[in-house]
Design a protein around this ligand. Structure first.
Ligand code: SF4
Length: 149
């Protein structure tokens, strides 16, 4: 069983009200072999919602800020915890999550300037899953490694 980002499974839960469907992941969910989660919806955030990125403040602390200047760190941390709870309750050891997202990104994320640039780093949910021993791949890595055939 995999944990997968809901937007990859075809659910229109992105900040812009769209999905980014990966047909193999959507099929896996249909077959009951993957559980879709959207940490940001689990945190109670709406669709659509302002675009968010992880920024580092002057004291070096990481925060999740929306493009209109709202600090949503608490919500993103709550969503990450909910995603971990679902993974743990279902004995899940592998996740395939949407690249670059401030929640789901793994390995690289947007740099906090809302300019489209990426830097090394993990989204809040991906980081918490990794810290709890869950393997996390992006959809690109899963495709490249032919994880789903
Ligand atoms: S939080 Fe994750 S699952 Fe939800 S829309 Fe963003 S990338 Fe997709």
């Amino acid at each position: 069983m995999y944990l997968v980002s809901s937007c990859l499974a075809g659910i229109p839960c992105r900040y812009d009200g769209k999905s980014c469907t990966n047909p193999k992941i959507a099929e896996l969910v249909k077959q009951g072999k993957a559980i879709p989660v959207c940490p940001e919806l689990l945190a109670g955030l709406p669709v659509p919602r302002p675009c968010c990125e992880i920024v580092v403040d002057k004291s070096g602390k990481k925060k999740v800020m929306s493009a209109n200047g709202e600090d949503l760190t608490k919500e993103f941390d709550n969503g990450a915890r909910e995603a971990l709870r679902i993974a743990s309750e279902n004995g899940i050891k592998k996740a395939v999550l949407k690249s670059k997202s401030p929640s789901c990104g793994c390995g690289c994320i947007y740099d906090g300037t809302f300019s489209g640039r990426v830097i090394p780093g993990n989204g809040k949910a991906a980081q918490l899953l990794l810290e709890n021993g869950i393997e996390v791949l992006t959809e690109n890595e899963a495709d490249m490694l032919k994880v789903f055939g």
